[in-house]
Design a protein around this ligand. Structure first.
Ligand SMILES: NC(=O)c1ccc[n+]([C@@H]2O[C@H](COP(=O)([O-])OP(=O)(O)OC[C@H]3O[C@@H](n4cnc5c(N)ncnc54)[C@H](OP(=O)(O)O)[C@@H]3O)[C@@H](O)[C@H]2O)c1
Length: 401
């Protein structure tokens, strides 16, 4: 046990990879060094000596020089191939790739058991916020009832600036793209997919339930307008893009959806690129962790913490998942514990009533029409939200109340 030396084979030297390089250079006492870095673009200028770099993944994967692989690339399919190969070679892996982890969790879990290696990924949800190991270790016996949070820095940055600068979505999105706070194709972030991947990972560690991305409904801020921000502002509320995983009775509800939050909520004052995770348990009550949800150094520091954990051979115990699997060994049947048939109260802004026809509206509590904006406050069958799932041409803005 303890403090073994780590020789890192690193994949990716972009935002997070360079952040890791910096924080590792400033850390004292950790016996870890980056030995080789695999990147893609041969023509890109690098900030450090060229002798570090390779463009051939086999230089890292097949030569047995590294006892830890750190995967920080931006392509989920290529990342999956790298991580699978490393684990099959008996090497532990650190990753921050929520999409890759969420899409392939079952296979990655089985590879950990089969090869007796660790796959740890604190940087994949909440950036610098230490939430996964806390759910796994600190809250291991707590009767958790809810984990929810602001998990996407891009959405929170856009919503904060729209409200505080009285501007519309398109203006702020453009500016966010110019300033590096949003991708050139922002769909995965703004439409709630990124939040969904993260809440899916947190659900595994909080409740031991493994879901596939398509099992979890998400919509985001892609259709938000200043009218919605104004609606919230006039009522002392703010719109926050939330990932939600909560126990209701003996079932779980898991989704990613914008919500109105009020001043009493700890999430109200979490602004710009900050993230927050609120954990609620029977005995610990409500606790909120707040921190930078993305960025080079904050995410690099979460990755460094994982590398440090590997010096004492840390692995996720998956205690809650293993307990669930001892009752039903089919990991895919975790979905049976998830509830889809329940009413959810929503604010829905629309242009034309036709747009509402795919939703099963149970009852309308309030309806507003004007020349510029129309909305309803209604209870809607949650199941029917899947009828508008991942449709880029859907123009409704939907917000939980
Ligand atoms: N950015 C954040 O704040 C943040 C926060 C949390 C988690 N993450 C996750 O961290 C990961 C990295 O994100 P990032 O923002 O650092 O991405 P990025 O800035 O776009 O950098 C990606 C890096 O991956 C390299 N790369 C791409 N495909 C490769 C391949 N097949 N083999 C080797 N290298 C390859 C690129 O090489 P070139 O340099 O040659 O182009 C580049 O160095 C992603 O999974 C992301 O979701 C990011």
């Amino acid at each position: 046990m303890g403090n073994k030396e780590i020789s890192i084979g690193l994949f990716g030297f972009g935002c997070v990879g360079q952040g890791l390089y910096d924080v590792l250079n400033h850390s004292e006492g950790l016996k870890a060094n980056i030995d080789k870095i695999c990147v893609k673009d041969k023509n890109k200028k690098r900030k450090i000596e060229s002798s570090f770099f390779t463009y051939d993944k086999n230089v890292i994967l097949n030569q047995g020089h590294h006892n830890v692989i750190v995967e920080l690339i931006d392509n989920a399919n290529e990342a999956f191939e790298i991580v699978k190969e490393a684990m099959s070679n008996g090497v532990s892996v650190v990753s921050a790739n929520k999409k890759m982890l969420a899409e392939n969790f079952k296979e990655l879990y089985n590879l950990q058991l089969k090869n007796n290696v660790a796959l740890i990924y604190e940087g994949s949800a909440g950036g610098s916020i230490p939430i996964i190991r806390n759910l796994e270790e600190y809250y291991d016996n707590e009767l958790l009832s809810s984990v929810k949070g602001i998990l996407n820095g891009t959405c929170n940055y856009i919503l904060s600036r729209m409200e505080l600068e009285n501007k519309d979505y398109a203006d702020i999105l453009k500016d966010a793209q110019l300033n590096g706070f949003a991708e050139s194709d922002p769909w995965l972030d703004v439409a709630g997919f990124d939040t969904k991947f993260k809440i899916l990972l947190l659900t595994i560690h909080a409740f031991g339930i493994v879901l596939k991305p398509d099992d979890v409904f998400n919509t985001g801020i892609q259709n938000v307008s200043y009218d919605d921000i104004l609606y919230a502002k006039q009522r002392g509320l703010r719109i926050k893009m939330l990932g939600v995983s909560q126990k209701v009775g003996d079932k779980y509800r898991v989704y990613a959806l914008p919500h109105f939050v009020n001043r009493e909520s700890e999430l109200f004052n979490v602004l710009y690129e900050y993230n927050a995770v609120e954990v609620e348990g029977a005995f610990s009550c409500k606790q909120t962790l707040v921190g930078k949800g993305a960025g080079s150094h904050p995410t690099g520091s979460a990755v460094l913490s994982d590398i440090s954990a590997l010096t004492y051979d840390y692995k996720y115990g998956y205690k809650k998942l293993k307990k669930a699997l001892s009752i039903n060994p089919n990991i895919e049947e975790g979905i049976k514990q998830v509830e889809f048939d329940f009413p959810i109260k929503l604010y829905i802004r629309f242009q034309d009533k036709e747009q509402l026809k795919e939703l099963e509206i149970l009852n309308v509590e309030e309806e507003y029409k004007s020349t510029t904006t129309n909305y309803i406050i209604a209870n809607v069958s949650f199941n029917s939200l899947f009828n508008i799932y991942n449709k880029r041409d859907n123009k409704l803005f939907i917000c939980g109340i």
